[in-house]
Design a protein around this ligand. Structure first.
Ligand SMILES: NC(=O)c1ccc[n+]([C@@H]2O[C@H](COP(=O)([O-])OP(=O)(O)OC[C@H]3O[C@@H](n4cnc5c(N)ncnc54)[C@H](OP(=O)(O)O)[C@@H]3O)[C@@H](O)[C@H]2O)c1
Length: 390
């Protein structure tokens, strides 16, 4: 998945990122402007670490796809929690600013590089990369694109990869979820949370405990969460034990810090804790050193002997460190597409925001308002309202 950055015009030059990063692109091989220069396109650029205003729309000019790459005209991009952390300098998989963020998008293939035989111009694809996808046009290795299933919207396609690959691998590959088990899902109404709930429902008689802000509990119940818990006003571990004194079989932990220990202690014998995030680091628009110190100080730690005595498993998951695992990830995507085609999973879109309103999109997630996925689109949606009917 190796790529190099192409020159940006209005944006200051980027430092050379590590692969795999999507490159600024145009449809140069098919639509160069009269003077031979590739046309400009708009991109979102993280200009420095800090608050919402650090992500700006800028204009770029790039080249066409290189050998093994395709150009994709982007129609929708996913906003992920990691993008909020990245804006504050708390996500180590993003190259330093100025840089174009964006790990997932969906769009249409508009040009092919040499040697690409398994994609055609006009194909609708979903794209996964470490960064660089929040642009109108991107060049990406063909292997990082996945054909969209029939009938899927670009918004849904931009909401599928990061959330559902993560949820699938933590629940099934690490969690080994089986019928009649119980699962505690934190941030249950968010992107990964929603995906995890839908995937739990594909297994018979799974009891779901889900933490979320109280306003989202009706939606959680509708999705199949038996026990929504408002972690903001009550101790969720106590609430789980009131209902299930022995605890649960699986805890999905996207929070980190003291919540990882709580998760471990909530496990039944043979239970599994899968830690996959540090949301506790994020408390406001800018980096909070106190929250960082607290999260680090409360970091869960256990030695092999203690683990042996407990009959529990602890797993760590980070999709961003699996960018060379083409086969593994491709296999998961194939299973997800099959589940989508069977009607068993369907990305839930919270809201859709044009690039110009990226600050509002980030605020929507950071202020804990989203139910499902927050989507960015290069152009303003036609409807007045950006909130989709669910
Ligand atoms: N390891 C990986 O490969 C991987 C991949 C994808 C995502 N993740 C992790 O999975 C988690 C969910 O990611 P996502 O992209 O799907 O985001 P998300 O769940 O949609 O995040 C937004 C929601 O999180 C909840 N939340 C809890 N603590 C928060 C905080 N400190 N600040 C703001 N919101 C907070 C809020 O809802 P409520 O208050 O209603 O709960 C908010 O609406 C994150 O920790 C993310 O880093 C990890």
């Amino acid at each position: 998945m190796s790529t190099e950055p192409a020159p940006a015009s209005a944006a200051p030059p980027e430092q050379t990122p590590e692969p795999p990063v999507a490159t600024p692109a145009t449809t140069a091989t098919t639509t160069t402007s009269g003077g031979g220069e590739p046309p400009e396109h708009r991109a979102l650029v993280l200009t420095g670490f800090g608050g919402y205003d650090k992500v700006k729309v800028q204009t770029r000019r790039g080249g066409g796809p290189r050998a093994g790459e395709v150009s994709v005209r982007v129609r929708a991009c996913g906003l992920n929690f990691a993008d909020l952390l990245a804006r504050q300098g708390l996500y180590d998989r993003l190259p330093p600013p100025p840089v174009c963020p964006g790990m997932e998008c969906a769009g249409t293939v508009c040009a092919l590089g040499d040697g690409v035989n398994d994609r055609q111009v006009g194909d609708k694809v979903m794209v996964l990369a470490r960064s660089g996808l929040w642009q109108e046009v991107v060049n990406v290795p063909a292997g990082q694109t996945f054909p969209m299933p029939e009938g899927m919207s670009f918004e849904e396609a931009a909401a599928l990869l990061v959330n559902y690959i993560t949820a699938y691998m933590i629940l099934f590959d690490f969690g080994n979820l089986r019928p009649n088990q119980s699962v505690l899902i934190h941030m249950a109404a968010g992107g990964v949370g929603t995906a995890a709930i839908q995937l739990c429902k594909t297994v018979e008689n799974v009891t779901i405990f889900g933490t979320a802000s109280a306003s989202k509990h009706d939606s959680l119940k509708e999705s199949g969460v038996a026990h929504p818990i408002d972690y903001r006003t009550m101790d969720y571990a106590e609430e789980v034990r009131k209902i299930s004194p022995k605890g649960v079989d699986i805890v999905l932990d996207p929070l980190g810090g003291s919540d990882t220990s709580k998760a471990f202690h909530l496990l039944k014998p043979m239970g599994k804790l899968i830690t996959y995030g540090v949301a506790n680091l994020l408390t406001g628009q800018k980096k909070n050193l106190m929250a960082m110190a607290k999260t680090w100080w409360n970091q869960f730690s256990i030695n092999a002997l203690q683990l042996l005595h407990q009959n529990k498993a602890v797993c760590g998951y980070h999709l961003g460190y699996m960018d060379e695992e083409y086969e593994l990830i491709g296999g998961v995507v194939a299973k997800l597409i099959s589940l989508y085609n069977q009607g068993k999973i369907k990305p839930k879109i919270d809201s859709v925001w044009p690039f110009d309103q990226v600050a509002d999109a980030m605020r929507q997630m950071q202020e804990k308002k989203n139910v499902g996925k927050v989507i960015l689109v290069p152009e303003a949606p036609k409807e007045e309202s950006k909130k989709e009917e669910n």
